[in-house]
Design a protein around this ligand. Sequence first.
Ligand SMILES: Cc1cc2nc3c(=O)[nH]c(=O)nc-3n(C[C@H](O)[C@H](O)[C@H](O)COP(=O)(O)OP(=O)(O)OC[C@H]3O[C@@H](n4cnc5c(N)ncnc54)[C@H](O)[C@@H]3O)c2cc1C
Length: 383
Amino acid sequence: MRIAIAGCGITGAAAGSFLSSAGHEVTVFEQAEECRNIGAGILIQPSGQHVLKQLDLYPIVKQEAAILDGLEARLANGRQLIRLRYGSGPDSCGWGVHRGRLFGALLKRCRDSGAVIQTNSRIRSFEESSAGIRFIHDDGSQSEEFDFAIAADGSRSILRKVAGIPTHSIEYPYAALWTTSPCTSITDRLFQVIDSTKRLTGILPIGNNEASFFWGLRKTDHSACVNGSFDEWRKNVIELCPAAENFLEPFQSFDSFIFSEYRHAVMSRWHTEKLIFLGDAAHPTSPHLGQGANLGLEDAAVFSQALVATRNFADACRNYTWQRRAKLRYYQTVTRLLTPFFQSDIPLLAWGRNLALPWMPSLPLVGSMMRKTLRGEKQGWLN
Ligand SMILES: Cc1cc2nc3c(=O)[nH]c(=O)nc-3n(C[C@H](O)[C@H](O)[C@H](O)COP(=O)(O)OP(=O)(O)OC[C@H]3O[C@@H](n4cnc5c(N)ncnc54)[C@H](O)[C@@H]3O)c2cc1C
């Protein structure tokens, strides 16, 4: 089949790799001038590692990753809020990876499998008929016709807006500043410090003695923060999280910090007649549960396998929806419910969180559900 993909991020590159390897003719349209290995740290869960095995990228990504045994969160007074470990199985660990290194491996795999990547190609809409689909470029020109297309254009997806599928969206008032740098203070876990529901910071080791650091803040406070005194801000961060001192040492300004907003959207279905939404384009969430990239990788694998099994776009979409619905709804709902407990204007939620969270991992059923959720292995509310 002739297949177009809008967006060459983690999901688009993974889908391009799977579909080209299966013998399809794939063109990936990416808005950026070039596909660059940029980004901060992301946590690759056992669920995402499983997809990297299918792409033959498991050893390459693993050798550059930090192997993590779980996550830890502390309160501003130093008290431990939660220590959640992945478990004791052979693949029970998370990988802290530089998004750029993961993306570089996926991009090479996508190109090697034969997909054509057209950069500088921003897609603004599409036209579909029973015969096929054409993308409309930003300058109004049309692409050639494809048998079907994939929207992998990320959490701000333009295609989601023009597809006309009923969607419930929320723009979070909170965002994050993040960057990467050498760091030796935290090496084996995702480490976060939280003060009420207002101040949240974290360090994610990403291998090669580096870590990714983030600082949560209200979107409306962003310009005051980066235009204010860097030294004052650093003092404030180190006071909250002394482990960040080692990380922040080389920085003199906010120049290399990137501002990232997040949103949540629930689509009533994930496809039209000739277009399917995968990854953040289909189900953006806040990053608090660390699952977005893993879900995008799985979407690409499951859809590609559904196409192999059905050999027909409409049936592949139905098969994909049947396989993914319960899991995606579960992770979207849990992330949506948890987010205000960590970043919101309701400090009362912190009180309940501080009371319950330290005990929850040791409760038999709850603890195992939390570990499964973290590993990306929950298939829905009932499993
Ligand atoms: C601060 C932060 C921390 C995170 N931490 C984690 C984590 O620890 N673990 C985890 O699993 N996930 C994490 N995530 C989420 C993760 O980054 C995303 O879920 C993942 O990148 C989604 O991949 P994607 O390919 O679907 O979308 P994206 O990575 O957003 O890629 C979309 C691509 O489409 C291109 N594009 C957009 N619009 C168009 C257009 N109109 N035409 C052509 N091209 C277009 C973009 O340039 C981009 O290349 C985090 C996110 C943030 C913001």
